[in-house]
Write a protein that binds this ligand. Structure first.
Ligand SMILES: Nc1ncnc2c1ncn2[C@@H]1O[C@H](COP(=O)(O)OP(=O)(O)O)[C@@H](O)[C@H]1O
Ligand SMILES: [Mg+2]
Length: 434
């Protein structure tokens, strides 16, 4: 029931519920009070008629007065029957039970009320029956049903309709902001809400959010640029140093000096490789390389890589297996895709030594699995960053750029990279777009 998490929806439902309860209780109380007042008035009318007849002392006059009343009365409003001394004056025949009586029990050809309040009184030597019509009570009910039907229901339907429209609108705007925040936090720094409703509070929030995203994107871009600039500016002098060291190696050197020279050459080669990787990652992140895409069969590429790395895996005491479900052509850069697979195999050889390394391609899903220590779930985002290495790997050679390059290549190809648990070991999955 995630929809009910929506604040506008909750507010609307609560408001409509409060409105309904308030009106219903108000109408209910009004109905009860008016119903009681009408009941009391009807009872009073019956008592007054009875008292009027009872107050007359003479039997003759009583009969005469009852006759007048019966003749004048509308049978809808008043029924009377007086039996005195063997004589009967009545506009109604038969015997009626005491209390409220429905129209079915009234046997009259004239128009009849929906119900009557019937009172009996013994008048020596006889009996007086008075029934007062209760049409006013039925009318009251009809009036309240009409109020409900013509006022409350349409009002409820209208408020619900307005509520639905408001909820839809605000939900859509909240959703636009929420999904933009989600994209930004996932690293899509180009995500923006856009503000199609400039004069609302949502418009203000959207604009502020977009401005913040703009600033963040610019800051991250500037940082990247600095990194690339440093790598670029230092690469050339370091390359010159490497050339000088090489020249130095060509001359005659005493043994300790040669050892130092070899170490210095290895270090400079490592630094150059790091700078090259940093620059390459920056270029890939900038989208460079897509123009050179051709159709590459991932199946054949994976089999080639298995063949190339087979001997070195064997030398390192590991086994390398490859299973390919069939050819799968993708639009990409063969060289970069080979680099991606190579980096994953090299990582498995380096960080999961002596285990079985399994390459596989199932449909558009490429996986590399090893049987080593794996990467803890909490570190899987971290290791994709530039220069990130886990504590346990500090003593192994490498600069922490392998997975960052894998990520940049996957992104360039629109593929999704996930690190998972092979239990034990690392399971890297690269899912290419269908
Ligand atoms: N197959 C693996 N098994 C265990 N840990 C790994 C594996 N691959 C990578 N890692 C961890 O992720 C870190 C980053 O990998 P990477 O970017 O390739 O850098 P590098 O290999 O140069 O250290 C490694 O230092 C290591 O700690
Ligand atoms: Mg590596």
């Amino acid at each position: 029931m995630t929809r009910f998490r929506s604040t506008p929806l909750r507010l609307s439902v609560v408001l409509i519920a409060v409105f309904t309860v308030f009106i219903s209780v108000g109408l209910g109380i009004a109905y009860v009070i008016m119903h009681q007042a009408l009941g009391a008035e009807i009872a009073l009318r019956a008592d007054q008629t009875i008292e009027e007849i009872r107050a007359i002392p003479e039997t003759e006059e009583r009969l005469e007065r009852a006759g007048e009343i019966a003749a004048a009365a509308d049978t809808r409003a008043l029924l009377i029957r007086l039996e005195l001394d063997g004589e009967t004056i009545a506009n109604i025949g038969g015997d009626l039970p005491e209390g409220i009586v429905g129209d079915d029990d009234i046997d009259l050809p004239e128009p009849v009320a929906d119900s009557y309040l019937v009172r009996h009184t013994d008048l020596e030597p006889g009996r007086l029956t008075v029934a007062v019509g209760r049409d006013s009570v039925s009318e009251l009910q009809e009036t309240f049903v009409a109020i409900l039907g013509f006022a409350l229901l349409p009002a409820l339907m209208l408020t619900s309709a307005i509520g639905i429209v408001v909820v839809r609108r605000t939900t859509a705007r909240v959703e636009a902001i929420r999904s933009t925040l989600h994209e930004l936090s996932e690293g899509t720094l180009a995500a923006r809400v856009g503000a199609p409703h400039p004069d609302t509070d949502f418009g203000d929030i959207s604009r502020d959010l977009d401005r913040m995203a703009e600033a963040q994107e610019a800051a991250v871009g500037a940082l990247r640029q600095i990194g690339a600039d440093i790598a670029h500016d230092l690469k050339t002098p370091i390359q010159r140093v490497a050339v000088r060291l090489e020249r130095l190696g060509e001359s005659d050197l005493p043994e300790p000096a040669r050892q130092h020279l070899d170490q210095a050459s290895t270090e400079t080669a490592q630094i150059i490789a790091t700078f090259q990787s940093l620059l390459q990652i920056a270029q890939l992140e900038g989208g460079q390389g897509r123009e050179a895409f051709t159709s590459v069969d991932l199946g054949a590429l994976l089999e080639d890589m298995a063949e190339i790395y087979g001997p070195s895996a064997e030398d390192a005491g590991a086994t390398l297996t490859c299973s390919v479900s069939g050819p799968f052509p993708v639009s990409g850069d063969r060289h970069l895709l080979s680099r991606l697979v190579a980096n994953l195999i090299e990582n498995a050889l380096r960080h999961a030594p002596g285990t079985e390394i399994a390459l596989s391609l199932t449909g558009r899903m490429l996986t590399v699995r090893d049987g080593g220590p794996g990467i803890p779930a909490g570190q899987r985002d971290y290791v994709l960053r530039r220069l990130a290495r886990l504590e346990a790997s500090r003593s192994t050679p490498g600069s922490g750029l392998g997975l960052a390059l894998v990520k940049a290549i996957a992104d360039l190809h629109g593929a999704e990279l996930t690190l998972g648990d092979a239990q034990p070991g690392l399971l890297v999955t690269v899912t290419f777009p269908g």
